[in-house]
Design a protein around this ligand. Structure first.
Ligand code: PLP
Length: 389
């Protein structure tokens, strides 16, 4: 099987697995305990926080370990909303956020908050001008993702952060889950107050992540208890997973930009190959996209059918076109980008990772061509969409 679903999750690096195993075996003390085993565990935790802070370019006290991207997003957005609701109840986000942001905002609406969901252009990109227009005296938070998980589009978060600096009471959260290790993002002087990270997207363990929270910023904790993680996230720390996260970060640092360049090469190979296949449309923008996500459509062919045809040939990809609960509902993200229903319902996401090779991409393109060639003739001529409508 050739795994091309690295945006869903990545295969943990063997050294990460070994680090987790060793932490479970040797550092089983509770970091809050005062005895030797507790101190040893606490040192592992401190070391992991140092590694994370160095990588993110922030202070150790600004790193909070969580159970992953979903929890980091919830903690950031609800934590700000609940803490600063007396200042205002308006939040700005986008129509293309991951459900871990989008549905949190929907939930806040049911609690009496007002949310502006900014539109995006044909490439799935939000504009700074729209952020400027949406800002109101009662706005307390802007939340914009770094890299879109379906299209790979890079959002102008650096630009938005710079502009928002003139409004210190408007806080800025960035869901950076898909960008870490692939698209550089500078935290220092960025205007970003909160940032979400998830280890399983970069070869770390799942169920562990980071919330960066700017020093001095107070948020309302969602999980109360023993006061761990600065009181923001109580609960005995998942030390083995945190140690694994730190190892995954170290490996990212060791590989450096060379790996990103390699992914960029594979991405381009994939794009050119897809563009040569009759009936295939590339949805991921040519410029300003992350090097690991490629979204394509084969109008008229149901995404699930194509996905399983590719799986039979040994290729594992993803469909985001229909959310599992609502069959035949096109992706909210692709629809927001103006992609028509037929294209959205037939969209597949191919996401590249460290283990993929150029040879695998060539094999995938051959399989895709064969699948599309055999599925498209099954289309009834009248099933073709009338583009004039
Ligand atoms: C952009 C984005 N945000 C948040 C998440 C959720 O992260 P986690 O799986 O760690 O909860 C994901 C996972 O797919 C994602 O792609």
């Amino acid at each position: 099987m050739i795994y091309l679903d690295n945006s869903a999750t990545t295969r943990p690096h063997p050294e990460v697995i070994e680090t987790v195993r060793r932490a479970m075996e040797s550092y089983y003390g509770n970091p809050s305990s005062l005895h030797q085993k507790g101190v040893e565990a606490e040192n592992v935790l401190k070391q992991a926080r140092k590694v994370a802070a160095q990588y993110l370019g922030c202070k150790e006290g600004e790193v909070f370990f969580t159970s992953g991207g979903t929890e980091s997003n919830n903690t950031a957005i609800k934590g700000i909303a609940f803490q600063y609701q007396n200042r205002g109840k308006h939040i700005i986000t986008t129509q293309v956020e991951h459900p871990a942001v989008y549905d949190v905002c929907k939930q806040l609406e049911s609690f009496g908050f007002t949310v502006t969901y900014l539109p995006v252009d044909r490439e799935g990109r939000v504009s700074l001008e729209d952020v400027k227009r949406a800002l109101r005296p009662d706005t307390i938070l802007v939340s914009v993702m770094h890299v879109n998980n379906e299209l790979g589009t890079i959002q102008p978060v650096a630009e938005i952060g710079q502009w928002l600096k003139q409004f210190p009471k408007v806080l800025f959260h960035v869901d950076a889950v898909q960008g870490i290790g692939k698209v550089p993002l500078r935290l220092q002087d960025s205007g970003i107050d909160l940032l979400s990270v998830s280890a399983h997207k970069f070869y770390g363990p799942r169920g562990v992540g980071i919330l960066y929270k700017r020093e001095g910023l107070i948020i309302h904790p969602l999980i109360m208890g023993g006061g761990q993680e600065g009181g923001i996230r109580s609960g005995t720390e998942n030390l083995p997973a945190i140690a694994g996260l730190a190892k995954a970060i170290r490996i990212l640092e060791e590989l450096g930009h060379g790996e990103v360049n390699r992914l960029q090469g594979l991405h381009q190979q994939l794009r050119e190959g897809i563009q040569r296949i009759e009936g295939c449309i590339v949805n991921t923008p040519e410029a300003g996209a992350a090097p690991h996500i490629m979204n394509l459509s084969v109008p008229g062919v149901k995404a699930e059918v194509l996905l399983h045809a590719l799986e039979e040939r040994g290729f594992l990809v993803s469909t985001k076109s229909a959310c599992s609960s609502k069959a035949n509902e096109p992706s909210r993200v692709l629809t927001a980008a103006g992609i028509d229903r037929d294209c959205a319902l037939s969209s597949l996401r191919i996401s590249l990772g460290r283990e993929n090779t150029s040879e695998e991409i060539a094999q995938f393109l051959t399989a895709l061509q064969t699948c599309v060639g055999s599925l498209r003739p099954l289309l009834k001529p009248q099933a073709a969409p009338d583009r004039r409508k």
